[in-house]
Design a protein around this ligand. Structure first.
Ligand SMILES: Nc1ncnc2c1ncn2[C@@H]1O[C@H](COP(=O)(O)OP(=O)(O)OP(=O)(O)O)[C@@H](O)[C@H]1O
Ligand SMILES: C[C@H](N)[C@H](N)CCCCCC(=O)O
Ligand SMILES: [Mg+2]
Length: 215
């Protein structure tokens, strides 16, 4: 695998394309290399009340993969119960998501570990608040390069190229992309992969095969 930057942001072509799965996999590899690693999920929607606090499955997975313990409010400053677009969940809860709150939490985490990997919510242009700030604005506020997870399924070429174009327009450095095989029945996977390599102008950092769910 090519070298990754110390800290980076994981975005993707959509919600449910494997951002958490890929982030956990990368965290495990970095931990195995002897680095201290923290996973951050600044904005989570879809939480359950468990053991006296709101808990989100992505936050649980990233926390489990971290080898440095950090306060939950730094790992996940914003958590909303319904599994819906975060700006809608936040408005329902009467909360405005503030990028500077996330910046402050991130800076504290970055001081605690060699590597901090920050997972977005949904894709790059998902809105975060009433001021129309988006995940892309958050990446810029954190001054991080972006890793793009492409969920390999029909439609991903368009989504991947739009994501790459939106990153370029904002001068956000794309530090790589991951081809995540979500659909074992996908037709012409190799042709799709080659189209993505040509369009994104770089081979994937990682090709993650489809993994049968554990029964
Ligand atoms: N390579 C794979 N093989 C099989 N299943 C996968 C693979 N990658 C992801 N999945 C499954 O797809 C689902 C969505 O993956 P994941 O939660 O990582 O997506 P996400 O992009 O983080 O979603 P969100 O936008 O909700 O954060 C999960 O059930 C996960 O286990
Ligand atoms: C609930 C879900 N798993 C994510 N946390 C949020 C996805 C927001 C997607 C918004 C959109 O692009 O329409
Ligand atoms: Mg996720």
């Amino acid at each position: 695998m090519r070298t990754l930057p110390r800290h980076f942001f994981v975005t993707g072509t959509d919600t449910g394309v494997g951002k958490t799965t890929v982030t956990v996999r990368l965290m495990q590899q970095l931990v195995a290399q002897g680095l201290t690693v923290i996973g951050m999920k600044p904005v989570a929607s879809g939480c359950e009340w468990l053991a006296g606090r709101w808990q989100n499955d992505d936050v649980r997975q990233l926390t489990a993969a971290s080898n440095v313990s950090a306060p939950p409010e730094l790992i996940n400053p914003y958590c909303f119960e319904p599994a819906i677009a975060p700006h809608i969940a936040a408005a329902q809860a009467g909360i405005e998501i503030e990028l500077d709150v996330i910046q402050t939490a991130y800076a504290q985490l970055a001081a605690m570990a060699d590597v901090v990997i920050v997972e977005g919510a949904g894709g790059l242009l998902v809105p975060l608040n009433s001021r129309q700030q988006t995940i892309a604005d958050l990446i810029q506020a954190l001054n991080l390069p972006a890793l793009v997870v492409v969920g390999m399924r029909l439609g991903c070429i368009n989504h991947a190229l739009l994501t790459a174009e939106a990153l370029r327009q904002r001068d956000i450095n794309c530090c790589g992309w991951v081809a995540n095989s979500m659909d074992p029945q996908m037709s012409h996977p190799q042709e799709n992969l080659q189209t993505l390599i040509a369009g994104l102008q770089q081979p994937p950092l990682l090709e993650l095969p489809f993994q049968e769910p554990l029964t």
